[in-house]
Design a protein around this ligand. Sequence first.
Ligand SMILES: [Zn+2]
Length: 134
Amino acid sequence: MPWGKSVVTKLVKINVSPIAGHNGFTAGASPRASEVYVQYDPTLNAKLTFHEIMHMKLRMGNEMHCLNNCCKPGNSPCGLAAADITNEGLTDDNIKRMVTALRTPVKQWTGGIPILAQVRDAMRRGDTMSGLWQ
Ligand SMILES: [Zn+2]
């Protein structure tokens, strides 16, 4: 998702204002939806995607960023659960939580797919102001 654009807000109908270093958004109870705001670093994009999948599959909001007080000095690092994953990596705790969570289905919102297809078609026509997304 380009910076400043959102399709998930079509599901939850709120304004997104990402916190510093947190370039993704996951929302909705059931269905849920995630998006990542694309960076120029492919490794960072992969980490952001994993982070949003963690929000999705663990069914957690921002409380995920400080699981077991991982965000407090002296505690085990949050790894890819951190609010800013720029300099973080996968931890044993991240793996342990996701091994369990990946087996639990989470209903996905598919309403963004036709919206993004319309945006793509509008952009191909040169209409960048289509208003189809935020
Ligand atoms: Zn997050």
